[in-house]
Design a protein around this ligand. Structure first.
Ligand code: HEM
Length: 494
């Protein structure tokens, strides 16, 4: 028997038979009322080329022809897309759909770090309670560090090209001060790793999932192996972060043990992780390092991107510049203290509306992918999706819908949200840049405050302009939007 099985042809035949049976069983087992699958010309390739070539117009066309919910065949996988009528059902039913699990399919961070799935479950709570919930402790520190980093990076004036590269450094220092304390945030090597750790991941995210044409699992395995075995600058950042935080963690644990109830806890996210994860004053430093890495990953690049988008919109829409500047000058004049309080920052209402409008128009056309967790899910219009299906939200369409956004939704209007009780951090089904529902971004209060403060100081200190008269357009890669690379000119104001 073993002799027969060892024959390559017999093995191949058996393998094919198993595949065929599984395929038939899969087809037979799926009695669901699935959303329409948009027809495609080329087998295997499906809609992949149209989807990546001109995502916005292709999705628009499919919506016009197939309605609120439809499916496409992209990189060997059926993906379902929903718009303004059904998206809230995805966010509301968080036991049926999960964003982190869908992200994990293409970008398995837990695997990269050799951790089991959902290892970092403390993270959203820590961010919500200890960062966004305790903003008053961080506001002054963020301003102090932003002023220093703006001075270090732009000084008496500079041309930033591409701007995002510089903005990452401006943003990384105050985030480092919040995560690991102000003393460590003076360490240039550490801040460099905070600034670049995420960007150094981008080559991995950008690998086109061609193996997905055979099976999505193969692409995931390729990414994990590339990450683990190829020369990888991200590992260098991780080692550096570990080296820098280790003595601080050890010192803090020693003092916590010695001083007991008299220990005055430093206020930063590192301390929170130490307190939550230590056992008898001993902690696995690799676990804390990985928590730090994931926290950097969700915070630095997202905030830098949106600050850069804001600068691009500021110079591309000069009609709003003077009014935005005036608000900042008023606030500055009326401030009697060296730094602003959370309440004073809340008064930057025009700036808040401007940032929200920037986020609205620069959202990815489709985003917020959610993996279907339950055996199937039935939408209110009767269509069903099976377990394992990734459902995308047509965010761009929702963000440019006149019924939801008001008049001229395709134009940039900086004061769209002014006096409408519609802050950038508010949960609204018409504004999805921070997601919605149970998993809505818990760091949004911190992020918006940091972007506001950075813009406030930049507007006061510099005349900001672009080199030519054309509007700076975002770079589009498939369904992703990135800030443009065009130079931004910062001239010191008198
Ligand atoms: C402008 C900057 C930011 C943007 C646009 C952004 C956007 C998002 C989005 C779209 C989600 C998914 C929400 C969903 O599942 O519905 C998310 C989740 C998350 N964000 Fe942010 N984010 C930003 C900044 C930050 C910052 C500064 C932090 C923390 C320091 C942070 C921490 C998190 C965490 C922990 C989650 C996971 C929440 C969960 O799974 O329950 N984010 N963010």
């Amino acid at each position: 028997m073993s002799l027969i099985l060892s024959d390559t042809y017999v093995q191949l035949a058996l393998g094919s038979l198993i595949l065929l049976i599984s395929f038939i069983l899969f087809r037979k087992g799926n009695h669901l009322e699935e959303p329409p699958l948009v027809p495609y010309k080329y087998p295997i390739i499906g809609h992949t080329i149209d989807y990546f070539k001109d995502n916005k117009n292709f999705i628009k066309k499919c919506h016009a022809e197939y309605g609120e919910i439809f499916s496409l065949y992209v990189f060997g996988r059926i993906l379902t897309f929903v718009g303004k009528d059904l998206s809230s059902e995805v966010f509301r039913n968080h036991k049926d759909f999960n964003f982190a699990d869908a992200t994990n399919e293409n970008f398995p961070m837990d695997h990269f770090l050799n951790r089991p799935q959902r290892f970092f479950k403390l993270l959203p709570k820590v961010v919500l309670i200890n960062l966004s919930g305790e903003m008053k402790f961080y506001t002054e520190r963020v301003q102090r560090q932003l002023i220093i980093s703006i001075d270090e990076i732009i000084g008496n004036g500079k041309v930033l090209e591409p701007p995002l590269k510089f903005v990452q450094f401006i943003i990384a220092k105050p985030i480092a001060a919040t995560m690991v304390g102000e003393e460590l945030s003076n360490d240039k090597e550490l801040v460099n790793s905070f600034a670049n750790a995420t960007t150094d991941f981008i080559p991995f995210i950008s690998v086109p999932p061609v193996l997905g044409f055979i099976h999505p699992y193969l692409h995931k395995q390729l990414m994990i192996n590339m990450f683990r075995y190829l020369n990888n600058p991200f590992k260098m950042h991780r080692e550096l972060i570990k080296k820098k935080i280790t003595p601080v963690i050890e010192k803090r644990l020693r003092e916590m043990k010695e001083m007991g109830d008299n220990y005055v806890s430093p206020i930063d996210i590192l301390q929170r992780y130490i307190e939550l994860l230590h056992k008898d004053y001993s902690v696995d430093i690799d676990v804390i390092t990985d928590y730090m890495i994931v926290t950097i990953f969700v915070s630095v690049h997202t905030t830098s991107n949106h600050l850069t988008f804001s600068l691009d919109e500021l110079v591309s829409n000069p009609q709003f510049y003077d009014e935005l500047l005036e608000e900042q000058e008023q606030l500055y004049k009326n401030n009697e203290n060296p730094y602003y309080s959370v309440e004073q920052i809340a008064k930057m209402e025009k700036l808040d509306s401007f940032i929200k409008e920037t986020m609205r128009v620069n959202a990815n056309y489709v985003s917020l992918q959610h993996l279907t967790l339950s055996s199937y899910f039935t939408f209110s219009n009767g269509y069903q999706v099976p377990k394992g299906r990734i459902v995308y939200i047509r965010t761009g369409e929702i963000h440019s819908d006149e019924e939801l956004q008001g008049q001229n939704a395709d134009e940039f209007y900086a004061f769209r949200y002014l006096k409408k009780n519609s802050r950038a951090t508010r949960a609204e089904k018409s504004f999805l840049s921070f997601g919605l529902g149970k998993h809505m971004c818990p760091g949004r209060h911190f992020a918006i405050n940091e972007i506001k403060i950075a813009l406030h100081y930049l507007l006061l200190k510099y005349n900001i302009r672009k080199a030519n008269s054309e509007k700076i357009e975002p770079k589009i890669r498939g369904h992703f939007k990135f800030p443009g690379d065009e130079e931004l000119i910062f001239e010191k104001r008198e």
